[in-house]
Write a protein that binds this ligand. Structure first.
Ligand code: ADP
Length: 484
């Protein structure tokens, strides 16, 4: 089959609106899939930031009343993407974070807002827009989780459906009262449908009713089928086991290219890897760390949350500094971690420095200048930081979970002897295991040839979207159907 049409339904898309990895994936997939003969268009909410960037949009469909107000679907192009924007001012004409109000908590009508998004995704799947009849609707995360439900209960031929879980921790669980607004038949409020612990589960609905489920790494696909990582959905995921697939994310090779990156003090490539030293010096200056070529510089670029395991690092920090290492951290998030790292930096000036901010440009300098990038997550669906680190020759030190397990080749004796190691893995995510991995990193750092080899291996690893795009295209073809 050729010329497959796929509608991607997502609540954020890079570079139009981003809070996390979901946006990166939703933004990169359409371009990556073009090479697979897949025509992907993306439905996103018409937040102000999206409408601003959508030049020359046309009205492709209208709703006199969509969850309490008039709405229309605008079709246009922005940032190289074919976009359908759901222009529903009563739901989405709110600046700032897509999910949170000014007080930093969820908008009280998120259930309605994202039911509307999913509903419109399903309508487009069923043929609402002339000239774009999808063969597959691809829903991302709980915000689009009801789209497969609307398709399943449409009572008419529907396109194939796929849902991707980017992080099982976010489930879209709402009180049962929302059900009566959804416009689904009564029988949908069941174990086989959208019911979840007495309420309505948007992610649960998608996981139960989509033709196939994907998540963003093979290891996470297995982990979420266990009680330890399944966050109460492991039973359902086990029941759907044959339909659950893990496909790794890639990185955008144009955005993350050390040979052309304007955010670096010095561009470089694998043949000129020693030139990274200038970026290390620039990063040390930027962070106010002592200038040193010889001290290994450990970097962190992360959300500061329990998931990311950075409290473990706080315990290991004295040991890093005692052995002559430095730590630079770029991150924002939970207050207790900010204050822990803030105290550590204050008590070890020149050796530990933190920037509590979200700064894309500085993240690039970290990846190009740090010797090691630490990702000690307790769980990690895929992880992008370690992929960027590989590409930039910053050797990743990661816990052996989820996508971290799938993308880093641990520098154990066998891998070192074979010359294939790209970083270090440790398990379980504990202070002791992390400390041990850091000791191993110090050891390699002391062996210039081995360190160089490991960096080069990382830079040569394929972290592109090419392989993942092929896998998505195969899955789309396996479920493709048209409603027409
Ligand atoms: P998650 O989506 O769970 O936050 P990922 O590793 O999948 O984690 O993706 C996060 C992306 O955002 C990575 O590319 C990471 O480098 C980037 N990032 C995280 N925190 C920051 C920050 N404070 N400043 C700049 N980039 C950041």
């Amino acid at each position: 089959m050729s010329g497959l049409k796929v509608l991607s339904v997502a609540s954020e898309v890079f570079p139009l609106v981003k809070t996390g990895g979901l946006a990166d994936v939703a933004g990169a997939l359409p371009g990556a899939l073009a090479g697979e003969d897949v025509d992907m268009r993306t439905l996103i909410p018409g937040y102000p930031a999206v409408k601003d960037k959508l030049g020359g949009a046309e009205v492709a469909h209208e709703y006199p009343d969509l969850f309490g107000g008039p709405a229309q679907v605008l079709a246009g192009r922005a940032a190289g993407l074919d976009i359908f924007a759901l222009d529903a001012p009563h739901l989405f004409d709110r600046p700032g974070n897509p999910y949170l109000g000014p007080d930093g908590t969820d908008w009280p009508d998120n259930g309605r807002r994202f039911a509307a998004l999913a509903r419109v995704g399903a309508d487009i799947g069923l043929g609402a827009i002339l000239g774009f009849q999808p063969d597959v609707v691809h829903a991302h995360d709980w915000q689009a989780g009801l789209a497969p439900a609307y398709l399943a209960y449409a009572g008419q031929p529907a396109p194939g459906s796929l849902i991707t879980v980017h992080n099982l921790a976010f489930q879209g669980h709402f009180p049962v009262s929302i059900f009566w607004e959804l416009g689904l038949p009564d029988r949908a409020l069941s174990f086989e449908g959208v019911e979840y612990f007495g309420g309505v589960g948007y992610l649960k609905a998608g996981l139960r009713l989509a033709d196939v489920v994907t998540t963003v790494s093979p290891t996470y696909a297995r982990e979420i089928q266990t009680p330890e990582f399944g966050m109460a959905l492991d039973g359902l995921l086990r029941a759907r086991g044959g339909a659950v697939h893990g496909i790794l994310n890639g990185v955008d090779e144009a955005v993350w290219n050390p040979a052309t990156d304007p955010a670096l003090a010095q561009t470089y490539n694998p043949l000129r890897i020693d030139m990274r030293a200038r970026n290390k010096a620039a990063l040390q200056s930027r962070l106010g760390l002592a200038h040193s070529v010889d001290r290994p510089l450990f970097g962190v670029v992360s959300r500061l949350s329990h998931q990311k395991g950075l409290d473990l690092l706080l315990h290991v920090l004295p040991r890093i500094v005692e052995q002559g290492g430095q730590l630079g951290l770029l991150g924002s998030g939970e207050r207790w971690l900010e204050s822990g790292f803030g105290d550590a930096a204050a008590s070890r000036p020149g050796s530990v420095s933190c920037v509590f901010d979200y700064d894309e440009k500085l993240a690039h300098l970290f990846q190009s200048g740090a010797d090691f990038i630490l990702v000690p997550s307790r769980f990690e669906p895929c992880g992008l930081t370690q992929l960027c680190a590989l590409r930039y020759g910053a050797t990743p030190i990661v816990s052996r979970v989820g996508g971290l397990a799938d993308t880093v080749i641990d520098g154990n004796d066998a891998a070192l002897a074979a010359g294939v190691a790209t970083g270090f893995q440790f398990a379980p995510p504990s202070v002791e295991a992390l400390a041990n991995a850091i000791d191993r990193a110090f050891e390699i750092y002391g062996d210039r040839a081995a360190m160089r080899r490991m960096r080069l291996n990382g830079m040569r690893a394929d972290v592109s979207w090419r392989g993942p795009a092929k896998r998505y295209a195969e899955l789309y073809r396996s479920v493709a159907r048209t409603a027409a």
